[in-house]
Design a binder for this molecule. Structure first.
Ligand code: IMP
Ligand code: MG
Length: 180
């Protein structure tokens, strides 16, 4: 589909599924060489946005690993609220473990900062950040984003797990908000 309408807004396709998969494969291959000789890490996927990315990423991973999920919330509509709430906490002990935080998108970095602190406070031995999408112009934090599949401009996008007020997560391509 070239265009989708979610609530009151129109979006047009900007990153087709095939390109998303190619980018994920590249990032997975980088991890495959980085983690080949390390203790099996635990991937901590951030719900809801990263469910599709996490599922596709895992299929390209060739080392032993675990996966678990955490749920946070910071967004309302198309602008960040600036506050991040923990909704489903850590269900797995991660003390002494290698942890890879799996995000759908890193925007200002507020979410990543909160997650990094949470995982660090829980005693992780090593923490890496992996994101499908990064908005470099918006990112304001010092925490390194270790694995980025795709860097994008400072636009609002949906699809492939990402939503506009909970709609749009099901579409396999990524769409950008059309200016009115
Ligand atoms: P941050 O805390 O500002 O980095 O925002 C991160 C979270 O905001 C992401 O995990 C998404 O849930 C949401 N978000 C940021 N940018 C977008 C976007 O362009 N479309 C949809 N959700 C977004
Ligand atoms: Mg998210």
């Amino acid at each position: 589909m070239e265009r989708i309408k979610l609530h009151d807004k129109e979006f047009k396709i900007c990153i087709p599924y095939e390109q998303i998969m190619e980018s994920i494969k590249k990032v997975a291959n980088k991890m495959n060489s980085d983690y080949a000789d390390k203790d099996a890490p635990i991937f901590l996927a951030v719900l809801n946005g990263s469910f599709m990315f996490a599922a596709d990423l895992m299929k390209f991973i060739t080392f032993n690993c675990e996966i678990s999920f955490i749920k946070l919330s910071s967004y309302s509509g198309t602008g960040t609220t600036g506050t991040v709430k923990e909704m489903i906490g850590l269900s797995t002990p991660i003390k002494g473990r290698n942890v890879v935080i799996v995000e759908d998108i890193v925007d200002t970095g507020g979410t990543v900062e909160v997650l990094h602190k949470l995982v660090s406070d829980a005693g992780a031995a090593d923490i890496k950040i992996c994101t499908l999408l990064l908005k470099p112009e918006a990112y304001k934090k010092d925490i390194p984003v270790d694995y980025t599949a795709i860097s994008i401009p400072n636009d609002f996008i949906v699809g492939y797990g990402l939503d506009y007020d909970e709609l749009g997560r099901n579409y396999k391509d990524i769409y950008v908000l059309e200016p009115k």
